[in-house]
Design a protein. Structure first.
Length: 148
């Protein structure tokens, strides 16, 4: 089995933990402050990672290499940060209203549809019948799991 499969599983678990913990932080300090703290931590870690890659490129993995090039900057390059902010604020905002299970069922549904569209139109990887069937079954299972 490919060990890289652990990465999306860990990221999925971190998404639930991050959203739930931000909800609790938001209860005590306000959601805006919780989001600010989260984004500050992310910024510090991002800066440290970038510094490490710049200072020690020979020991940093190849996929982390590259330089920040302002000449190559395009407007859409801010979108991942905007989407990340949306995730950081959206999950803890929705959990108190809907509950974690329903929030993440919605996220899974959007991820399934979004990933199939991305694969088809960006990666030019047409989904097979089995992949579509698997996505439909996964979505159905997620909906059933959150049924009241």
């Amino acid at each position: 089995m490919n060990w890289m499969l652990a990465v999306p599983v860990l990221v999925g678990a971190m998404t639930v933990l991050q959203g739930g913990l931000n909800k609790h932080l938001g209860s005590s300090m306000g959601l805006a402050a919780a989001v600010l703290l989260t984004c500050l931590v992310t910024t510090v870690i991002g800066l440290a990672l970038y510094a490490w890659v710049r200072v020690s490129p020979s020991i940093a993995p190849d996929f982390l290499q590259g330089e920040f090039n302002w000449q190559a900057f395009r407007w859409w390059m801010v979108c991942p940060g905007l989407f990340g902010f949306g995730i950081v604020i959206g999950i803890p905002w929705a959990i108190p209203e809907l509950g974690a299970a329903k929030v993440f069922v919605g996220i899974v549904a959007a991820q399934l549809v979004g990933s199939l569209v991305w694969d088809a139109f960006v990666e030019h990887n047409s989904p097979s019948t089995m992949r579509l069937l698997g996505a439909a079954i996964t979505l159905l299972g997620a909906v059933i799991a959150s049924w009241e």
